[in-house]
Each structure stands twice: as C-alpha cells, then as structure tokens.
Unconditional design. Structure first.
Length: 155
C-alpha cells in the first residue's frame, strides 16, 4: 500500500484537496489543476486516492466530534458555574433570613437550614410548654456555630 501512495503526484493531492473541499465539481477541479475531467475522475477512482480520501474524512469527522464534545463540555461547565454561583447566593440569602426582624422568616430560615444539614424539624406539641430539646452531635453543633459566627461577622 505504501508503494501505491508513492505513485500519487502533487497534482493528485491537489485534486484530492479540492474534491474533499466539496465546493468543486470534476470539471472545475480539472480547470483549476490543469487536467481533463477524465483525469480527475480516474485519479479519484484510484485505490490509493480512495484510501487517502477515507482517512481524511475519518480524521475530519474525529476532529469535528472532538470540537463538538469540547464545546458541549464548555457549555456544561459554564452552566455548572452559574448554578454554583446561584447556590452560593441562595445559601447566603437563607442565612441572612436568620437575622430578620420577622419571627416567621427567621424561624423558616432556621428550619430550612437545619433541614438541609440533616436535622429533622421538631413538631409542635400542644401538650408541652412550647420548648423543645434539640440534641446535636458535636460536629453538627460546631458547623452551626461556625456558620452563625462567620455570617454574623459579615453583617
């Protein structure tokens, strides 16, 4: 096969390039290269030429697929960054609600935060004096305290 590829002349490669461009018909390729349309047809029919055309098309497809995948990945990364930024803003808003003058908003914010870190909401029991004991492990208590201290210092 290497011998067959060596038989191609520079003008044959020019014919292949113009053919793969897709903008030229055999007559136009012949005029551009300075050969007859029959020569163009014969060169394009040669096994060595067909092999080169197949390899170049495969490479072109692979490049196109790689570029498409990269573009898609860039879009996904951009969307992920926007969502992360929005999540940060949402968390800040939720934490800010703890310092609201509105008791309902403050309580809702506290319940939402506790829920997100895995502490179930304590249901109201009308038979008690409206106080409840919340048992936290040391790690959870530390996380809550550090969050409140950090956020309170930002106010």
């Amino acid at each position: 096969m290497a011998g067959a590829m060596q038989q191609l002349l520079p003008r044959h490669y020019k014919i292949i390039d113009l053919f793969l461009d897709g903008s030229w018909n055999n007559m136009e390729i012949a005029e551009k290269v300075g050969v007859t349309p029959v020569t163009v047809k014969n060169v394009l029919a040669m096994p060595a030429t067909q092999d080169i055309i197949a390899k170049r098309r495969k490479t072109k497809t692979e490049i196109k697929d790689t570029v498409s995948a990269r573009i898609e990945l860039d879009h996904v990364e951009a969307a992920r960054k926007k969502l992360n930024d929005a999540a940060t803003q949402a968390a800040e808003t939720l934490i800010e609600s703890l310092f609201s003058e509105d008791d309902k908003l403050r309580n809702k914010g506290a319940n939402d935060i506790l829920d997100r870190i895995g502490i179930a909401r304590v249901a109201k029991n009308e038979n008690t004096n409206k106080s409840a004991v919340l048992v936290l492990d040391a790690d959870t208590a530390e996380r809550i305290m550090s969050t409140l201290i950090l956020d309170n210092s930002n106010c």
